[in-house]
Design a binder for this molecule. Structure first.
Ligand SMILES: *[C@@H]1O[C@H](CO)[C@@H](O)[C@H](O)[C@H]1NC(C)=O
Length: 250
C-alpha cells in the first residue's frame, strides 16, 4: 500500500464510528419513548449544554398529595440483551439549585424491562445519587428470584457543572460478566467475573432522566426546597468505550 493510500484508509477508519449503536446530542427526537409523570417535565434547552446546544432538561416536582412515582425519563429500547458487551455514556448537570440534603435517592440512568411474571417493570443496573454520592448495582439470578449487589462510588457530584459517566458492561447471568464505571473520565468501579444481569433473554431498555425514586420508595425523608432538574447531553451506546465517551463522541 502506498503512503497516500494508507493515509486515506486511516482517515476513513477515524471517521467511521462502526460501534455506535445509539447517539443523541440533547434532542427529544430520536428516542424510543418518554415517560413523564405528574408535574414532571422534559424540555430541550439551548442555554445549558455540554459542548453545543441543545441539551435535555428533565425535572420533577414533589407533591405530598400525589401517591405515585416520579419519572421524567427518555428511553432507548435496545439497551442490551443477555451476552452483549456495551458502553453507555452521557453528560449530566444538576440544576444549580439542587438541594443535596436530606440524602434522598434520585436515579439518573437505568436498565429496565417489562416482565409478565413476578414483577411488572424490573430494573437491573441503576445509577443513582444520594446526597452528593453516586451508587450503582447489579441485579442477577432471575426475575422470580432477584439478587442485588450495590456499589458505592467514591465521587463527589456537584451542582451547576457538567459531569460525565461511562458505564461499561458485559451482561452475563453467570460469572463471566463485568461492570465498570468512569466518572469525569476517572475509573471508579471495575468489577470483573461477576453476574451482571438476570438469566432472562428479554431486551432491556436504557433510560436516562431524573427518576426521583426516593420520593416514592422512602417516605421517611421528604425533599426540601430546591430545583430537582437534571440536564443531559451527549448520550450514546456503543461497543467501545471511546465511542460512548461524551468528550469524544463524533
Ligand atoms: C456464560 O453465559 C454465556 C451466555 O451468556 C455462555 O456463552 C458462556 O458459555 C457461559 N460461561 C460459563 C463459564 O458458563
Amino acid at each position: 500500500m502506498t503512503v497516500s493510500a494508507l493515509l486515506v484508509t486511516l482517515a476513513a477508519l477515524a471517521f467511521t464510528n462502526a460501534g455506535v449503536i445509539f447517539q443523541n446530542e440533547g434532542t427529544i427526537e430520536g428516542w424510543s419513548a418518554t415517560q413523564v409523570e405528574h408535574k414532571g417535565y422534559l424540555r430541550q434547552v439551548d442555554n445549558v449544554y455540554f459542548d453545543k446546544p441543545p441539551a435535555l432538561a428533565m425535572g420533577q416536582v414533589f407533591d405530598p398529595n400525589y401517591p405515585g412515582r416520579y419519572h421524567s425519563e427518555l428511553r432507548y429500547n435496545a439497551g442490551y440483551g443477555l451476552g452483549d458487551t456495551r458502553y453507555y455514556g452521557f453528560a449530566f448537570q444538576l440544576h444549580p439549585e439542587w438541594n443535596f440534603s436530606p440524602p434522598i435517592s434520585y436515579n439518573l440512568a437505568q436498565f429496565i424491562s417489562p416482565f409478565p411474571k413476578c414483577d411488572s417493570y424490573m430494573p437491573t443496573t441503576m445509577v443513582w445519587l444520594r446526597g452528593s454520592k453516586l451508587f450503582t448495582r447489579t441485579k442477577f439470578g432471575s426475575v422470580c428470584d432477584q439478587k442485588l449487589d450495590t456499589f458505592s462510588l467514591d465521587v463527589e457530584v456537584t451542582a451547576g457543572e457538567w459531569h460525565t459517566i461511562i458505564i461499561g458492561a458485559s451482561w452475563q447471568a453467570n460469572t463471566t460478566g463485568f461492570l465498570q464505571l468512569w466518572f469525569d473520565g476517572k475509573p471508579v468501579l471495575d468489577k470483573q467475573d461477576i453476574p451482571t444481569t438476570v438469566a432472562e433473554t428479554e431486551q432491556f431498555q436504557f433510560r436516562v432522566g431524573l427518576y426521583a425514586n426516593g420520593w416514592y420508595d422512602d417516605k421517611s425523608q421528604r425533599p426540601l426546597d430546591g430545583t430537582y432538574e437534571v440536564f443531559y447531553d451527549k448520550i450514546a451506546i456503543a461497543t467501545t468505550k471511546d465511542e460512548a465517551d461524551p468528550g469524544k463522541q463524533c
